[in-house]
Write a protein that binds this ligand. Sequence first.
Ligand code: ZN
Length: 443
Amino acid sequence: MSFNGLFYFIAVALLLLTTSTIANDSILSRFQQYLQIDTAHPSPNYHKAADFIISQAKSLSLESRTIEFVKNKPLILLKWTGKNPDLPSILLNSHTDVVPVEPHKWSHPPFDAAIDHENGNIYARGSQDMKCVGLQYLEAIRKLKDAKFEPLRTIYLSFVPDEEIGGHDGAEKFANSEIFDEMNVGIVLDEGLASPEDYYRLFYAERCPMWLVIKATGAPGHGAKLYDNTAMENLLKSIESVRRFRASQLDMVKAGLKEEGEVVSVNMVFLKAGTPSPTGFVMNLQPSEAHAGFDIRVPPIADQASLERRIAEEWAPASRNMTFEYKQKVSVYGANGKPILTAYDSSNPWWSLIEEAIVKAKGKIGKPEIFPASTDARYFRMKGVPAIGFSPMANTPILLHDHNEFLNKEEYLKGIEVYESILKSFASFVEGKNGKDPLRDEL
Ligand SMILES: [Zn+2]
């Protein structure tokens, strides 16, 4: 290469580098703007978030509508119409709300979205859960539009409220609405979890909550008397039994036999007993009642009926004067009587499409997982629509709901490329020869 040629080469390389730095700066600045909107419970600023999303949609020429299933809880629905709108559509879901913060425990203010220039970490509530994903969808669309890509299938984006408080006024009402039915959704993408390893995680199901309260009753008595069937003694026997079951589940995870989402988790969340006195509790009286509460999470691959028998026979048996009630009990079975999960075998082409698309974008993938807690994805799966939980964050500690939640800017930018690859693949996908889209039955 001549001197002039070398000079030209360096100049072009520098120009390209500068252009991409400027582009990345504006991508990051839009992410920061979204993170700076305080949508933390109990008083999320939903309208400000809605205005921001709608302004983004306008800049991308996406159709937008605001739906309030419940007053002041706007759901923003965006649409990029495909060349064949009769094909089942793609729905990219994300929630706009975030969990509360304890600002004094953060190293950076949680709604400043400051970038730490030493390591490139963006600190903010919602940086992982899940404002990242919501904006990555939009940035991927921006790149596809710049590249003049035209989707065959229609792509929808829903920005929903209230996920962090159960999703009842958000995704649940949306999934059960006529609006949703008319969208003819073939596949939903929703949130996943960060991965501390170098691979991404994909979720095909989630555990169902069973919030159990057990109650023991027994004859009250003097604190000095030893006798059978006291409420405290009966409750302790149950707690011991629950503890053994819990240990057996945890042992399987520790031994590497099962993943966290594949076992039943049981955690005691309260204990209530004793006779209150002005200075604490009456110390010479054995109480006649004692209660304990447990947060139980059941994977859809587990035998929920046998767990219920265990509860009735071992954890709260009538033979020990015990009763129980569920504060919440979600069945692992959908309306069709089958476990609520999305297939990840060859019966579900979306699964291999997403895996191939991630690999094409030079990402690695772990094995399919069950999400350990709950997300809005369950409402779509309950409707019989396949839903994949995915948040493109590898090499990232899991900090959702934690102090100092952050996402590295390089991971964020990489995630946009991954979504670009996924959307290209999903939006161009044509089902086999019979022209029918069988996916909605393939759960
Ligand atoms: Zn979330």
